[in-house]
Design a protein. Structure first.
Length: 500
């Protein structure tokens, strides 16, 4: 990225530049040794034609096409949804053309203070989670957690009780019900939870008879169960089980662990025209550092890979991973078609207001979070990680469903980038990165790191080191992210089927 005055050039082959601030009609900008007079007002983060672009010609950003011009666009003109259309269409055939090299990292491996679990996983929090198997049990779950936090306050090595309530667990059938079960089962075995209390109503579709086979073998000291309909006082019985879980959780202490033990989720939402060149680009360098030292990063948002999937496919570690990635992309397109929806009906209204014109542009910015890392595995929805490195997992762009899926897959910490802002928190600590100075300043009670500083001259490498230090501090319990400190937690599962 090169900034000259008040515009940004992302790639030398681009035929547009990005306004770093709101610009008025008649303003003269400089780009590649030429002066360009603006023919219209340009909002911050939006695109300007750097030369005459003919109707049908590709609009280039990130060195890749992001769509084509629907009319002649003169030099200096505003380039957006009114004169740009996507190039994307239906199912595509792909060919594996490997184009990657291992990311080289220098220096000693960083460390963090984590909790080693008996199954070999490493968590960054020593919490107790109370998880309902059905929404009917949400009320008792919330009451048990409230009383538990009053009885057992946080300590240096205990991080509190949390209710992971949700709207699922009954009136579901087939694959839809199984999706809920997989996510809840994976969360029940998550390393950030020293102990888990599973609370069933008793008559729901996802009752314990149905759920425990999906959960599989588990440590009875770590996971307790209760059926509300079968006890006289579910709060009293729940608190007795909480006492047992707290005693077990108290046996764990933080230990120094290498960065290679960290599992990070990367996600974005409310993206804008800066996201791909500030926040996501910084996070991509963090991905390269973590995977370069042997750690694990999980990335999802499949619909926001459309138009950029070829880049990820050519970074697949081998042909097997490539084929899994092709299947993930095409299966998700079929999911759209099954419901009669337009595959490329994206970006959202907020994305467009922030300067993103087409899905290709959004996707090319979105995948920057994966850096240059080799794609080592591709997972189905509800699967857990088996391979270190950059893992892609099938899931939607929807933050709640996608992030819950990443965390259920094994991520112990999440970094979320945004250009528009959101306060949401999820099952594990979430660090929020703002893509521009405006959102980062206005919503400083939401934003943990301001990536907009690179627009003012800070290098991407320096910013990546700063963000990595925040990640390690949060992972080590030295600080809480803002979403975590505010107590914002929620989970959500993919709904795909009949509601009975």
């Amino acid at each position: 990225m090169i900034r000259v005055g008040n515009v940004l050039r992302v790639h030398e082959n681009d035929n547009v530049v990005i306004a770093a601030s709101p610009l008025s009609k008649g303003t003269v900008i400089e780009d590649q040794n030429q002066k360009i007079t603006l023919l219209s007002d340009i909002p911050m983060g939006h695109k300007i034609a750097t030369r005459d672009i003919k109707a049908g010609e590709n609009i280039m950003r990130y060195g890749n096409p992001i769509g084509h011009a629907t009319e002649d666009i003169p030099q200096g003109q505003y380039v957006h949804t009114h004169n740009v259309k996507t190039n994307l269409s239906d199912i595509v055939e792909y060919r594996y053309q490997p184009n990657f090299k291992p990311v080289e990292v220098k220096g000693e491996m960083p460390t963090f203070e984590g909790y080693c679990r008996p199954d070999g996983k490493v968590g960054i929090r020593n919490e107790i989670w109370v998880i309902p198997t059905v929404f009917c049990a949400n009320g008792p779950v919330q009451k048990i957690v409230e009383l538990a936090n009053q009885k057992y306050p946080r300590t240096e090595n205990f991080d509190g009780f949390y209710a992971l309530t949700h709207p699922n667990g009954c009136s579901q059938m087939g694959e839809d019900a199984l999706n809920t079960q997989k996510i809840l089962a994976n969360l029940a075995k998550h390393p950030n939870a020293a102990g888990v209390l599973l609370v069933s109503l008793g008559c729901e579709v996802n009752n314990l008879d149905a759920f425990l086979p999906v959960l599989g073998e588990y440590d009875a000291k770590r996971i307790k169960t209760m059926i509300c309909q079968e006890v006289e006082d579910e709060i009293a019985v729940g608190m007795q089980l909480i006492d047992e879980l707290y005693a077990y959780a108290s046996t764990f202490k933080r230990e120094t662990r290498p960065l290679s033990d960290l599992v990070l989720a990367v996600n974005c939402g409310g993206s804008d025209g800066f996201s791909g060149i500030t926040a996501n680009a910084i996070l991509g360098r963090v991905t390269d550092i973590i995977t370069g030292f042997g750690g694990t990063v999980i990335m999802t948002e499949v619909p926001e890979m459309f138009g950029a999937e070829h880049i990820l496919m050519n970074r697949a570690a081998n042909e097997e991973v490539f084929n899994k990635l092709v299947n993930m992309i095409n299966d998700y397109k079929q999911y759209y078609k099954r419901y009669g929806q337009v595959i490329y009906d994206n970006p959202t209204q907020g994305n467009k207001a922030g300067g993103i014109s087409t899905l290709e542009e959004k996707s090319l910015g979105c995948i920057q979070k994966g850096g240059q890392a080799i794609v080592t595995d591709v997972l189905k929805y509800g699967e857990t990680i088996k391979t270190k490195g950059l893992n892609l997992i099938s899931g939607p762009g929807n933050d709640l469903v996608g992030i819950t899926n990443q965390e259920a897959a094994g991520a112990v910490i999440t970094v979320f980038t945004t250009g528009r802002g959101t306060p949401a928190g999820y099952a594990v600590p979430l660090i929020r990165v703002g893509s521009n100075n405006t959102v980062s300043t206005r919503k400083n009670n939401w934003i943990d790191y301001n990536a907009g500083a690179v627009l003012e001259g800070k290098s991407l490498d320096q910013a990546a080191q700063e963000l990595l230090e925040i990640i390690l501090d949060v992972a080590s319990g030295k600080k809480q992210s803002l979403a975590e400190a505010n107590g914002y937690r929620q989970i959500g599962m993919l709904r795909d089927g009949v509601t009975n």
